[in-house]
Design a protein around this ligand. Structure first.
Ligand code: 13P
Length: 218
């Protein structure tokens, strides 16, 4: 894919995350690895007014934090860049403020193995990163710790991060994460959710997933 078509695909996914109720207003941001750079959404630009040129390029082999574009990068560029730099398996990142992930994160709860789909995030849980102010190095450090051996995490009193081997894959995880957060939230309301064993989750993780992003959210 060329640089310009990736920029267009990023905008399309930004529009999808709001259309699907994963996000609202100008919160949330998306990045994609492209050669030795990261392409990331600009800060505070409504997605329906975003053009391909507004997507910011941040080289990963130059001075840390350098960016090119008519607009400044997302205020969350640090955790996007730090994840890309330290996790070679990650090609794309979707950060959003969805209702149920954020509600659990306000209660500082991780998501346990309440559904077998937890294995789609790499292990027996999705952790909740410790709180730090948005855009800070501390938030990036906390997010990286919560993402160890995982492809997603919650951010205390903030939202969620989902990663993937492609942007559709990261978006699929963002949608699945919000879905499982909603299911876990409901089961807490009913009471006594049953958590699956580590062995059952490992069996599912090894079996793998052929699911794809369908553009729908439950
Ligand atoms: P940006 O508009 O700077 O990407 O910030 C939105 C956001 O979600 C901050 O957490």
């Amino acid at each position: 894919m060329s640089d310009s078509s990736i920029r267009q695909v990023i905008i399309e996914h930004c529009l999808l995350m709001n259309k699907n109720g994963l996000n609202q207003g100008v919160s949330g941001n998306i990045s994609v690895r492209f050669e030795n750079s990261m392409l990331i959404t600009p800060t505070s630009v409504p997605y329906d007014q975003m053009s391909a040129e507004d997507i910011v390029e941040m080289p990963m082999d130059g001075e840390y934090g350098t960016w090119f574009g008519p607009k400044a990068p997302s205020s969350e560029w640090r955790f996007h860049l730090d994840i890309m730099l330290s996790r070679k398996d990650v090609e794309a990142i979707v950060h959003v403020h969805p209702m149920y992930c954020t509600s659990l994160a306000i209660s500082r709860r991780e998501i346990p193995a309440c559904h077998y789909m937890i294995a789609a995030f790499g292990g027996i849980n999705v952790r909740c990163a410790d709180y730090a102010t948005y855009g800070t190095e501390e938030l990036s450090t906390n997010a990286l710790a919560a993402l160890e051996d995982r492809s997603a995490c919650l951010l205390s009193n903030h939202g969620s991060i989902a990663t993937g081997h492609s942007l559709p894959n990261a978006m699929w995880r963002a949608v699945e994460l919000e879905t499982i957060a909603h299911q876990y939230f409901n089961s807490l309301m009913i009471g006594n959710p049953v958590v699956l064993s580590d062995d059952l989750i490992e069996e599912t993780r090894i079996k793998g997933f052929s699911h794809n992003y369908t553009g729908q959210i439950c």
